[in-house]
Design a protein around this ligand. Structure first.
Ligand code: NAP
Length: 232
């Protein structure tokens, strides 16, 4: 029998994050469904009637919250094998790049980049030690430099920076069976994506779940959409 893997999902209480939790639990992983509000994590976990789902509090931007959860899991002997850095904010969408305030940039980078770095620093060293890890950084086409235009400057720049973090982390964990990739879920019907988006959360989660469960020698340091590599 193969060992049950444990996945931790940030922003797992709604939208694409919640669907990633559902699909990973369906595939037999133990899922730590995290939310910055513990009550929201509990409520979201209750909506998933499938598998082994454990709710927990994690504010990705708060070092104390990250340390507290990491210490709590370590005490319980729970190793995080899979990390889905899904939590993000979309701030100042309507501001052009010349009007975007530094405050909008700070708020955005705090969650979309610094939060991802903080959470990864807490859980990736254990993956390297145990020689198994899958990290999915939930990015966006908005962060793709090759096609970048005027859309949501703060958000787009934060996702481009997140992609750079993917490259750094993949290079730093090379040949340790830790596979680190960025994923574009596409335009998805969630609070962030809005009701006109063409894709369902099931479709949005698919590539993320594929990257979270890659076999050994799978790709690392890539940017994927619909399971295919795309330009940075
Ligand atoms: P969403 O419905 O707005 O959900 C965002 C999630 O992030 C919520 O659970 C939110 O928690 C959480 N979050 C925000 N700040 C947090 C923090 N500091 N700590 C922990 N959790 C935090 O967004 P979504 O559409 O599902 O997006 C999920 C991911 O896909 C994001 O990375 C987003 O950039 C990316 N994406 C989405 C689309 C799209 O069309 N929807 C397109 C491309 C990329 P609260 O409930 O507490 O606010």
């Amino acid at each position: 029998m193969t060992e049950q893997r444990t996945a931790l999902v940030t922003g797992g209480n709604r939208g694409i994050g919640l669907e990633v939790c559902r699909q990973l639990a369906e595939r037999g992983l133990r899922v730590i469904l995290t939310a910055r509000d513990r009550a929201k994590a509990d409520a979201a976990a209750k909506t998933l009637d499938t598998g082994d789902v454990v709710p927990a509090r994690l504010d990705a931007t708060d070092p104390v919250s990250v340390r507290t959860l990491a210490a709590d899991l370590a005490r319980r002997g729970v190793h995080v094998d899979v990390l889905v850095n899904n939590a993000a904010v979309l701030v100042g969408e309507a501001s052009g790049v010349l009007e975007t305030t530094i405050e909008e940039l700070r708020t955005t980078f705090e969650t979309n980049l610094f939060g991802v770095v903080l959470v990864s620093q807490a859980f990736v060293p254990g993956m390297v030690e145990r020689r198994y890890g899958r990290v999915v950084n939930v990015s966006s086409q908005a962060g793709q430099l090759a096609s970048m235009g005027t859309y949501a400057p703060a958000y787009s720049m934060s996702k481009a920076a997140l992609n750079a973090f993917t490259r750094q982390l993949a290079a730093a964990t090379e040949r340790r069976n830790v596979l680190v990739n960025s994923a574009n879920p596409g335009w998805v019907r969630t609070a962030m994506g809005g009701p006109s988006a063409p894709r369902s959360v099931e479709q949005g989660a698919e590539t993320l779940v594929w990257l979270a469960t890659l076999p050994a020698r799978g790709p690392t340091g890539g940017f994927f959409s619909e399971r295919k590599p795309i330009d940075w």
